[in-house]
Design a protein around this ligand. Structure first.
Ligand code: GAL
Ligand code: ZN
Length: 664
């Protein structure tokens, strides 16, 4: 099986003469897969019900003749102008009642029956026509669901929300109870009185917000499901995907991933941000985790600059290659780009392509050819897996809940997760992401950052993990509410009070480093002290924790919190349950992570890597990737795949990559 290589191909932007040139160049570049038709609705159905497939027939035939496989889109991502002109009710409405107009893309209400009907008809026509086309490899449903319009507040959506709520709660009494409507005179007499959380005088009902987050993710998923069902019926046996966007708040990808045959993902790390390789690694690990280790596809990345940041840095020499190998190392069986040929018109004409404006006598093109040649030699990695003994719990309900406005402080859920991930990444420790209710028996260390909303089942599952011998770390702002956004009373933490041997009396949020503007003033001089962590600044959070049963390993050192526990450990069953009531800053966090992995018996892929270097084992191969601008040396025994030589260390140029076969 090959590692796929290619990208979005938008032939409708070019003349047919260019198409022949495209195929020749694709062959030269080692391209094996093209994603076709993503934004072709207006060209495929220029008038309602009139389809023009001739041009696409010719494109697919040419690709097939050139030996290039096709990831064929259902083309429903951007409704054409005739559609929203004739059916303006399809246009989505924002929280403030503003209707979004055509002239861009994705201008549809996810709940719109008209949109769904016309999308289904287009998808059916495409699938019926191309189901037996010899170039067909994969079906690509829509594109980046929710990327721009993840929710709609129109009257159609309001009605769909009511139907969703009624199905969920059954009775208006159960609904009122769940939404806590005794508060602020919000009791509803019937579902007809309920609205989406449109602009309101002040803080909105938290359960209304949470349910609307869930509903909005589900509505988009319904759009996906409807198209996927058509594909599966008409074109059985051909795998189906839709491209995800890493940590994307509006779509609960745990739920989505169960509905695709292969996970695919789009990745646009900022080339100018030195933290982005670690963050990108975290996103790629999520993608691998969504279907429990199954290989996935990098569906989109940029060959160089994007066009949607304030300043769009190009990727430096070798950077695209290093980031591509990062995905391969973390489980990708395909490396694809947006887009093949850089556009000359339209809103993305400054977005890089595999074939740049300047042509093929360019660094970008040479790097495209180089990587294509290399990946063609790497068949052996396809299908192989990454094994992790450490897991981080990631949960969309908690993400949605903790980032509501009516909370103790503004917190970034993903940044909290990233703080822990980054320390493990620097130590080359393999990490899977898991849901709180997943089977954790394959892990020895589980980190639970700010699991704000937790069901009883989740609490019991985490408790059992520790009791059965695992090392569990729970951080501040966990199990604060249940699944209905109601407080877990009696000192928070629910079942985990027993597990952790602590309870929480009161919160004392600190200013987060990046959130100075929120008006939360830093408590003066909050530091933590301990033998384990040293003396360290505390960031983001502090609280008054009682530790009747747990060993106190660090205390807050100054101010009103002086002497209160900041870090605890409780021996429970045959395992250990740690609780941390703050975010230790700087090296202290690293020291804590080292202690946890030592206790749990987890090892990195290599002992020490220079700053900016990552190491990942996938199957029998170890990838060492240098994302920094400095050369580096890593001690590692194995056979260097490039030279065939046995080595005991690898030297890496800036952005260099080494691949070794190693004994595991
Ligand atoms: C993605 C999208 C592509 C293209 C790309 C540019 O969000 O799927 O169509 O717009 O971004 O970075
Ligand atoms: Zn709507």
């Amino acid at each position: 099986m090959p590692i796929w290589y290619g990208g979005d191909y938008n032939p409708e932007q070019w003349t047919e003469e260019t198409w022949d040139d495209d195929i020749r160049l694709m062959q030269r570049g080692g391209i094996s897969m093209a994603t076709v038709g993503v934004f072709s609705w207006a060209k495929l159905e220029p008038r309602e019900g009139e389809f023009e497939f001739g041009w696409l027939d010719r494109v697919l035939d040419k690709l097939h003749a050139g030996g290039i496989r096709v990831d064929l889109a259902t083309a429903t991502a951007s409704p054409p102008p005739w559609l929203t002109h004739r059916y303006p009710e399809v246009l989505p409405v924002t929280e403030n009642g503003i209707r979004l107009y055509p002239g861009s893309r994705q201008q549809y209400c996810p709940s719109s029956p008209v949109y769904r009907r016309l999308a289904a008809r287009l998808a059916t026509a495409i699938v019926e026509r191309y189901k037996d086309h010899p170039a067909l490899e994969l079906w690509h449903i829509n594109n980046e669901y929710g990327c721009h319009v993840s929710r709609c507040y129109c009257d159609v959506s309001a009605e769909a929300f009511r139907v969703w709520l009624q199905a969920k709660y059954g009775t208006i009494a159960a609904f009122n109870e769940a939404w806590g409507t005794a508060f602020w005179s919000q009791r509803y007499g019937e579902f007809a009185e309920v609205y989406p959380p449109r602009a309101a005088p002040t803080l909105k009902n938290p359960t209304q917000l949470l349910d609307f987050d869930r509903f909005s993710s589900d509505e988009l998923l319904e759009c996906y499901r409807a198209e996927a069902a058509i594909v599966r019926e008409v074109s059985p046996g051909v795998p189906v995907t839709t491209n995800f966007m890493g940590f994307f708040k509006p779509a609960d990808y745990w739920k989505w991933a169960a509905e695709v045959d292969v996970v695919s993902d789009d990745a646009y790390p900022d080339p100018a941000d030195p933290r982005s390789p670690a963050y990108a690694a975290m996103e790629r690990d999520l993608m691998r985790s969504l279907r429990h280790g199954q290989p996935w596809l990098l569906m989109e990345q940029a060959s160089s600059a994007v066009n949607w940041r304030k300043r769009n840095a190009p990727k430096g020499p070798g950077q695209q290659r290093a980031l591509s190998y990062q995905s391969v190392a973390r489980g990708a069986d395909g490396i694809l780009f947006f887009q093949w040929r850089q556009s000359v018109a339209g809103a993305e004409k400054f977005h890089s392509g595999l074939v740049p404006h300047a042509g093929t006598d360019t660094r970008v093109w040479r790097e495209v050819e180089q990587l294509g040649g290399e990946l063609a030699q790497l068949d052996r990695v396809a299908g192989s897996r990454v094994l992790a003994k450490t897991a981080i719990v990631f949960d969309w309900d908690s993400w949605w809940s903790i980032e509501q406005t009516a909370t103790p402080a503004e917190i970034s859920y993903v940044q909290n997760v990233f703080a822990w991930y980054a320390e493990l990444w620097r130590r080359t420790v393999a990490v899977d992401f898991v849901r709180p209710i997943d089977d954790l028996s394959g892990y020895v260390l589980v980190i639970v950052p700010s699991l704000f909303a937790a069901t009883g089942a989740a609490q019991k599952n985490l408790d059992a993990f520790a009791r059965e011998g695992g090392t569990l770390l729970v951080t501040y702002q966990s199990v604060i509410t249940d699944e209905n956004a109601h407080i877990t009373p009696g000192g928070y933490l629910g079942v985990l009070r027993e597990t952790l041997g602590v309870w929480i009396e009161e919160f004392a949020p600190l200013a987060a480093p990046d959130l100075e503007a929120t008006g939360v003033r830093p408590a003066p001089d909050i530091r933590v002290e301990s033998e384990l962590l040293g003396s360290s600044d505390a960031e983001i959070w502090a609280e008054y924790v009682h530790a009747p049963d747990a060993e106190v390993l660090a205390i807050f050192a100054e101010g009103a919190l002086a002497g209160w526990p900041a870090l605890t450990r409780n021996a429970v069953g045959s395992g250990a349950a740690w609780y941390v009531a703050t975010q230790p800053a700087g090296e202290a966090l690293g020291r804590l992570v080292v202690r946890l992995i030592d206790d749990a018996g987890v090892f990195g892929v290599v002992d020490i890597v220079p700053e900016g270097v990552e190491a990942v084992r996938r199957g029998e191969l170890t990838f060492v990737i240098n994302h920094s601008m400095a050369s580096g040396v890593v001690a590692l025994q194995g056979m260097d795949l490039a030279t065939g030589a046995a080595v005991t260390e690898v030297s890496l140029e800036p952005q260099g990559v080494a691949i070794l076969t190693t004994a595991s």
